[in-house]
Design a protein. Structure first.
Length: 240
C-alpha cells in the first residue's frame, strides 16, 4: 500500500511543485518540524490504517460547481463506497473506488424514472450499495478529472507501519501553523514542495487534507473518524 508520506508521488498527481500561500487561524508562521512533530507525523499513516474503515467527505471542483462525496473508506483493503452529488439530480448516485479505478451506479431507489433519492447518511448509502446487483455498477479507469484525483488521494492516507521519523525531519516538510475544525485545534503541515496540506491533531490523527490544483482550484478531504458498519461491501467488486 502506498503511503501518503511519499510526498514526491503526491506532487506528481497534480503536476505542481510550487509552495502556495496559506493563511491559518492562530498566526504561527511556517517553520521546520520539531523532533516531536516528526515522530507524530511518522505515526499518522499507521493511525489512519488502524482507525479504518472510517467516514470521509470529499469536495472536488467541477466546472461551475463542486462534487461532494460522502463515503466509508477501508484503508486496509484499499476500497471505498459512498454517495456522490454534483448538485445536479441527473448526476448523483452511488460510487465505489479502489486503487485501479472507480465504479458508478445510479439505481432508481423508488422505482421511478425521476431524480435519485439522496441517502440520509453514509451508512444508508453503504447499505444501498450492498443491495445492488453486480451488473448495476459501471466501471472505468481513473482520468485527469479533479474528482478522480481526490478519490485516489483518499486511498493514500494510511500505511500498515509507521514512517521513518528521521527521514520526515529531513524531507523539507514544515509546520505551517494551527487551525480549528469544529472547535478542535489541529497543527497544519506542508508536504514539502507539493501543494498538499495536512491537519493533524496532538495524537497524530489526520482530520483534513487539502490539495491545491494548478488552476487555483482546491480538493478537500475531511476524515471524520466516524466508524460506519458493516464497512465497505463486496458487491461493487463481484463480477456479474
Amino acid at each position: 500500500m502506498r503511503s501518503p508520506w511519499t510526498w514526491t508521488a503526491l506532487a506528481a498527481v497534480t503536476g505542481v511543485c510550487a509552495t502556495l500561500p496559506f493563511l491559518l487561524a492562530d498566526g504561527d508562521g511556517p517553520r521546520p518540524l520539531s523532533a516531536a512533530e516528526a515522530r507524530r507525523l511518522a505515526l499518522t499513516p499507521l493511525r489512519a490504517y488502524r482507525d479504518s474503515p472510517a467516514e470521509v467527505t470529499v469536495r472536488a471542483p467541477l466546472p461551475g460547481g463542486t462534487a461532494v462525496v460522502r463515503a466509508v473508506v477501508d484503508e486496509q483493503r484499499h476500497r471505498a463506497v459512498g454517495w456522490f452529488d454534483t448538485g445536479d439530480a441527473a448526476e448523483r448516485g452511488l460510487l465505489a473506488w479502489d486503487g485501479a479505478g472507480l465504479e458508478v451506479a445510479r439505481p432508481k431507489v423508488d422505482g421511478s424514472a425521476g431524480p435519485l433519492a439522496r441517502p440520509a447518511s453514509t451508512a444508508e448509502a453503504v447499505r444501498d450499495a450492498a443491495r445492488l446487483r453486480p451488473t448495476a455498477w459501471i466501471r472505468r479507469s481513473y482520468g485527469p478529472a479533479s474528482l478522480d484525483t481526490a478519490l485516489r488521494l483518499t486511498l493514500s492516507l494510511a500505511a500498515a507501519r509507521p514512517d521513518d521519523a528521521r527521514r520526515i525531519a529531513r524531507s523539507g516538510r514544515r509546520h505551517l501553523g494551527t487551525d480549528r475544525i469544529d472547535g478542535r485545534r489541529y497543527d497544519v503541515f506542508s508536504a514539502g514542495d507539493a501543494p498538499v496540506r495536512y491537519w493533524i491533531d496532538g495524537e497524530g490523527r489526520l482530520r483534513r487534507v487539502r490539495e491545491d490544483l494548478d488552476d487555483d482550484r482546491t480538493i478537500v478531504v475531511d476524515v471524520t473518524g466516524a466508524r460506519v458498519r458493516p464497512g465497505v461491501p463486496e458487491g461493487p467488486w463481484v463480477k456479474g
